[in-house]
Design a binder for this molecule. Structure first.
Ligand code: ADE
Ligand code: ZN
Length: 333
């Protein structure tokens, strides 16, 4: 079996995917038309041309503009259903997706509209394809903690639909300590906690996510490679990293996929997973991320199986289900 076939056959979980980042240009244009929203692009080609980024902020500016076409519950449903179909194609059997409530509530779209559209599609995805899922709401770190606290409060009536909280958007200048109170309150309310850290920010952002926000896994976390003590801690406590190789390449965290630290972290014993982050913007869904990474870093079949196992280990599914997926992976030769 070649690498591509192995990757296709392996059941996988995706743990780092922003639903707004799965908005493909075709659907963006369609929703802009449907909702009478003006975009600075006339065609799919023009949209794709605009996707040239030098850093995270370049991307975020375009990503928030794109999300502006999402207005009605059906828009969030259509967006999520399109992603679920990609999961089915890629043999992603479990997904834990992020959404950014503030991107929408700031435009006077209700929290209820957003969460109902997303979770209705995920429920249909489970019925149709057997794909299980959780939803994680992210606070935008460029906004204030007070606004995050308001968002947390807004989420409470929908708590049974939301597994955890996360932290995303512009990392530099917005360290974890800014959100210490809101994370403590979220954990107290029964939410799981994760956070983006060490994507562009130095290792202190990862230490902060662990010590001040009490996260149980770290999104990106690739700059941990610069701090051996931090790597030791990630290994000792088996704190997973949700790594997104094609995102890191597009946002110039690494200039070449061959320079990516994923294999080094894996070899040191870190629970590394592979994810797509914002697949419509970064050129690939989960399997494409596995494939390009495997080729660039010369991963072996055993590495790829370990990464697929890690994706379940790092997820918020039950231990029984984890065992079921480990066994399914072991049975692929
Ligand atoms: N929002 C969507 N994608 C993101 C990323 N890679 N980093 C921070 N915030 C994001
Ligand atoms: Zn992300």
């Amino acid at each position: 079996m070649n690498l591509q076939e192995l990757i296709a056959q392996l059941p996988k979980a995706e743990l780092h995917m922003h639903i707004e980042g799965s908005l493909e240009p075709e659907l963006m244009l369609q929703l802009a038309n449907r909702n009478g929203i003006a975009l600075p692009y006339q065609s799919v080609e023009e949209i794709k041309q605009a996707y040239q980024f030098s850093n995270l902020q370049d991307f975020l500016d375009i990503y928030y503009q794109g999300a502006g076409v999402l207005v009605k519950e059906q828009d969030f449903y259509d967006l999520t259903m399109a992603y679920v179909k990609k999961c089915h194609q890629d043999n992603v059997v479990h997904t834990e997706i992020f959404f950014d409530p503030q991107t929408h509530t700031e435009r006077n779209i209700s929290f209820e509209t957003v969460i109902n559209g997303i979770t209705r599609a995920l429920a249909d995805g489970e019925t149709k394809f057997g794909i299980t899922s959780h939803v994680i709401m992210c606070f935008l770190r460029h906004l204030s903690e007070e606004q995050a606290l308001k968002t947390l409060e807004m989420s409470l009536p929908f708590k049974q639909l939301i597994k955890g909280v996360g932290l995303d958007s512009s990392e530099l200048g917005h360290p974890p300590e800014k959100f210490q109170r809101v994370f403590a309150e979220a954990i107290n309310a029964g939410y799981e906690a994760v956070a983006h850290a060490g994507e562009e920010g130095d290792p202190s952002y990862i230490w902060g996510a662990l010590d001040l926000l009490s996260v149980s896994r770290v999104d990106h976390g690739v700059r941990s490679i610069e701090d051996p003590k931090l790597v030791d801690r990630l290994v000792k406590e088996q704190i997973p990293l949700t790594v997104c190789p094609l995102s890191n390449l597009k946002l110039k965290v690494f200039n070449d996929l061959k320079d990516h630290c994923l294999k080094k972290l894996l070899d040191k014993g870190v629970v590394v997973t592979i994810n797509s982050d914002d697949p419509a913007y970064f050129g690939g869904y989960v399997s494409q991320n596995y494939l390009e990474t495997a080729e660039a870093l010369e991963l072996q079949a055993e590495d790829i199986k370990l990464i697929a196992k890690n994706s379940f280990k790092a997820s918020f599914i039950s231990d029984d289900l984890k065992l079921k997926w480990y066994e399914a992976i072991d049975n692929i030769n």
